[in-house]
Design a binder for this molecule. Structure first.
Ligand SMILES: Cc1cc2nc3c(=O)[nH]c(=O)nc-3n(C[C@H](O)[C@H](O)[C@H](O)COP(=O)(O)OP(=O)(O)OC[C@H]3O[C@@H](n4cnc5c(N)ncnc54)[C@H](O)[C@@H]3O)c2cc1C
Length: 401
């Protein structure tokens, strides 16, 4: 008699959960079930700007993003309805004062084989005449970076996951836990119990209230973040995705000749998610923020002045105490894996994180050393102190996409 197939339960139908489920099913893991309490992408995933760069700050981050960039390209070829826009790459802008800290990372990019070009303000402007970059500013161009339209990606990934055999249950909310001795062996949900060999928590901003019942609390803070979509421009622009940190935001081209603009609210305090039933619709951007950001970013992209707007999205971005993601097995709860705290770059991380978690669950270890992302890395006392303080976004480790 054949043994019963193994079951993996994935909590959260955002890009992290769906990507993990997709890669597990493609590897032939057995039964893969995703439970989502609201709707696929109803968390931050559908709201994301979808900008991606491989030029991060740590070796693990750069190597993980290399996997993501390769997978975005592959998925763009294989998932009907999804296109990865890497035609103009991703441009990261720096003031003269901020540049030396980033320039110090160029040897890391060389060592990891991450492609880049350093551009003067004049070179940026001659390549993309719609941009106005002040003299002395520096452009770090990532030719492998770019952007996706998150709703297209979510839809294509969910369809591919189902085609690969993933069962998606929505709405279905995890409400409690099932143990077999000391090992986590599934969860109770609003649609009944699900027994599983492995449970993957991909609940992002809800990780705190979700895992509290297991006695876990990771030093992670959530911050409100917002982005806006313009009405179509009369003449579409040829632009890269631009991470414009000196302007406190970012811009990219969007479908139908539109512009997408994202804005950071550096002085806003963290948003504490204390209830499992919390919904992102409860959040709002500050009054007048869009108009102020539009005026400010128009000095970089004059075409922004005077554009109209047709969509606002407000969600949460989550930062761990050291600014790195939290990905991997939790040694205090055998059977549990976690993927969360992707700073402002969880969309960009999702292909790699799904791939690596699937390797870990299916083969017992990932092909990339993820010790720097380990859920076990935080000392208990420092975590408790961090969680007890209220942090404004400017004091969380700054990370852009
Ligand atoms: C405005 C904005 C712009 C952004 N722009 C970018 C960008 O340009 N590039 C980038 O890389 N990243 C960007 N991000 C960040 C990115 O959106 C997130 O990091 C990413 O979507 C996280 O994906 P996730 O699947 O881990 O989380 P989510 O998409 O939040 O998914 C978690 C899911 O878990 C579900 N859930 C929670 N609790 C339970 C439960 N008990 N039972 C069942 N289901 C549950 C939730 O309903 C939710 O759907 C942006 C974020 C925002 C808000």
């Amino acid at each position: 008699m054949n043994p019963a197939p193994r079951t993996a339960l994935i909590i959260g139908g955002g890009v992290t959960g769906l990507s993990t489920a997709y890669h597990l099913a493609k590897r032939g893991y057995g039964r893969v079930i995703v439970v989502e309490k609201e709707g696929l992408g109803a968390g931050s995933s559908r709201r994301a700007a979808g900008i991606t760069t491989g030029l991060l700050w740590s070796e693990t981050g750069v190597r993980a993003r290399k996997i993501s960039l390769q997978l975005f390209r592959e998925l763009s070829r294989t998932l009907p309805g999804y296109h990865y826009h890497a035609e103009e790459g991703c441009l990261n802008l720096f003031t003269p004062e901020a540049w030396p800290a980033r320039a110090a990372l160029l040897p890391l990019y060389d060592r990891c084989g991450a492609a880049y070009a350093v551009l003067t303000a004049g070179e940026v402007q001659s390549r993309w005449p719609d941009l106005r970059v002040p003299d002395g500013f520096v452009g770090l161009h990532d030719p492998m970076g770019g952007y996706s339209e998150p709703p297209d990606y979510l839809c294509a990934l969910a369809k591919a996951a189902v085609a690969a055999g993933v069962e998606i249950r929505v709405p279905a909310q995890v409400t409690g836990w099932i143990f077999d001795g000391t090992r986590l062996a599934g969860a109770t949900t609003t649609t009944g119990p699900i027994h599983a060999d492995v449970v993957v928590s991909a609940a992002y901003a809800w990780t705190g209230p979700l895992l509290q019942g297991l006695g876990l609390s990771f030093p992670v803070k959530a911050f409100v973040h917002q982005r806006y979509l313009s009405t179509p421009l009369t003449t579409p622009l040829r632009l890269p995705a631009v991470n414009a940190d000196p302007w406190g935001g970012y811009v990219r081209p969007a479908a139908g000749g539109r512009i997408l603009m994202g804005v950071e609210t550096a002085d806003r305090d963290e948003h504490r998610v204390t209830s499992a039933d919390f919904r992102l619709e409860a959040l709002a951007a500050p009054e007048g923020l869009r108009e102020r950001a539009q005026a400010h970013l128009a000095s970089l992209l004059p075409a922004l002045a005077g554009v109209g707007w047709e969509q606002d999205e407000v969600g949460l971005i989550c930062f761990s105490m050291d600014g790195e993601p939290v990905v991997g097995p939790v040694s205090a709860v055998p059977g549990l894996f976690v993927g969360t705290a992707f700073h402002s770059g969880g969309f960009s991380y999702n292909p790699a994180v799904g791939w690596l978690l699937a390797e870990w669950v299916h083969e017992g270890r990932p092909s990339l050393d993820l010790a720097a992302f380990s859920p076990d890395r935080f000392p208990a006392a420092a975590s408790a102190d961090y969680l007890a303080t209220t942090v404004p976004q400017r004091l969380a480790v700054r990370r852009r996409h």
